[in-house]
Design a protein around this ligand. Structure first.
Ligand code: GDP
Length: 450
């Protein structure tokens, strides 16, 4: 049995409107105790979802705002329970007093994500939709917001449920044949099953493939800047970022730590990591930085290796290039092309001048050509969440095993076990088969009032 919760649903900053939200048994009565319609009629006389103008009282009965109230009785509400909202003026002190007043009327403070958690537990949305709520709130680009809106509308849920239903059909048929061998049930249609398993795998694989795109859109493609001290890494970072993010000095070894910057190149978001140089050093702080460079290089998807063309090629340059070539994608950059040349750039190197920005556009084009994303729509079919990607991967694996078992003519039990595992993994995507503690952890990412 759930209780009555209340929270301020808007950001705590002076703004035009601030919203107080209530959900649970007695929500409509509680709001009726703190809010009086200007018409003189009681709030309960108004129909659901009607905005009503009136006064809000604090816990001492003093009027603290003239605002709007609305109620929605369950189950046709966001949480599936009785809910009410007060749309007040957006002052922090006023909202705090309004919230106190709701507490005095019987509510308690809602925990993080508790409204959306109730919506999920009451079947108003599945877990992929609930997670889309926080994605929509946190989306910092129009693409991510559009994708989250698609998922809130059920883009992932629809895909997962269609596959779930097909797999349940297979399970049901298998069980019917196994459990009632004397009944006149259609025999196994192996070809049909194989087709279903393969098409489910292909659909889920497309979903899983989208995760790379989603991850890059969210946090950027891990891109490491490599090169010995003073070749111009910080200058290039600044040239790409468009302002002075890293400290540029003429003294080698000043970039002691790694500096990160998110930069949009073409349609791709890069998470640029400027590293301490690769110089062999006795300086302990710098030695730490060098170790970090090596691990950043190993984890990067794109390495940009910078050479100073105004100096002869050194062993350190060679080491930097070697390290860079270990990344899945790599570009060699010949910097300081404004100065007299003291080395021949390697074949395919992009020559530029980080200081003035000359040639930086060529680098941007090369990056787009190398790691740029296809211009597919952001309609909700892009996975941006590692938990969801993991569930999809497990479903694919289980379907693959089921297909193999079927192909090898293994006992139906083996096929059944794998199909059940796939159904379970899909259930984790939609939240059908998740344990309470996992659900609680997911909603703890939310802020209070959502
Ligand atoms: P980092 O140690 O690799 O990060 O190198 P910095 O970006 O701090 O640059 C080292 C020095 O080289 C600074 O004095 C920069 O102004 C200079 N520098 C960087 N790029 C260029 C360039 O393209 N041309 C010239 N002439 N100097 C540059």
């Amino acid at each position: 049995m759930s209780d009555l919760i209340a929270a301020v649903a808007t950001a705590r900053a002076a703004s035009a409107i601030g919203i107080l939200r209530l959900s649970g048994p007695g929500a409509c009565e509680a709001v009726g105790r703190v809010f009086t319609p200007a018409s003189g009629k009681p709030l309960s006389a108004y129909p659901d979802r009607r905005l009503v103008y009136g006064s809000l009282k604090d816990s001492q009965g003093r009027i603290i705002d003239w605002c709007m109230a609305t109620v929605s009785h369950g189950p046709h509400s966001y949480t599936g329970e009785d809910t009410a909202e007060l749309q007040c003026h957006g002052g922090a002190a006023l909202l705090a007093a309004g919230l106190e007043s709701l507490f005095a009327a019987g509510a308690r403070q809602a925990g993080p994500g508790e409204f959306t958690k109730r919506a999920f537990l009451n079947g108003r949305m599945d877990l992929s939709q609930a997670e889309a709520v926080i994605d929509l709130i946190e989306a910092d680009t129009a693409e991510l917001a559009a994708n989250a809106a698609g998922q809130l509308g059920g883009a992932i849920r629809a895909r997962a449920e269609a596959i779930h239903d097909q797999l349940i059909d297979i399970l049901a048929h298998f069980h019917a044949v196994l459990d009632y061998p004397d009944e006149d049930i259609d025999p196994f249609q192996l070809e049909d099953y194989l087709h279903t398993l393969r098409s489910a795998q292909a659909q889920l694989q497309r979903l899983h493939d989208s995760f790379r795109r989603g991850r890059i859109a969210r946090s950027g493609l891990a891109t490491v800047l490599l090169g010995q001290p003073n070749v111009g890494k910080s200058s290039l970072l600044n040239a790409l970022a468009g302002y002075d993010r890293a400290i540029v000095t003429a003294v080698p070894g000043t970039t002691r730590d790694t500096v990160e910057e998110r930069v949009r190149v073409g349609g791709t978001l890069l998470r640029l990591i400027d590293t301490a140089g690769l110089r062999q050093t006795a300086d302990e702080v710098e030695a730490l930085g060098v170790a970090r460079t090596e691990s950043a290089a190993q984890e990067a998807e794109l390495a940009l290796c910078i050479l100073d063309l105004s100096r002869p090629r050194s062993e350190e340059d060679e080491r930097a290039m070697q390290l860079a070539r270990k990344a899945p994608h790599c570009l060699i950059i010949g910097n300081k092309c404004d100065l007299p040349r003291r080395q021949v750039p390697p074949a395919g190197a992009i020559c530029l001048c980080a200081k003035t920005g000359e040639g930086v556009q060529d680098l941007q084009q090369a990056i787009t050509a190398l790691v740029g994303e296809v211009d597919a729509p952001w309609d909700g079919a892009v996975l941006t969440n590692a938990r969801q990607a993991d569930a999809v991967a497990r479903a694919i694996d289980a379907l693959h095993r089921a297909e193999e078992a079927l192909g090898e003519g293994l006992t139906p039990d083996a096929v059944l076990t794998d199909v059940e595992a796939a159904i379970d993994a899909l259930g984790q995507l939609t939240g059908r088969s998740l344990r309470e503690e996992v659900v609680s952890r997911i909603f703890s990412r939310f802020c209070v009032g959502k």
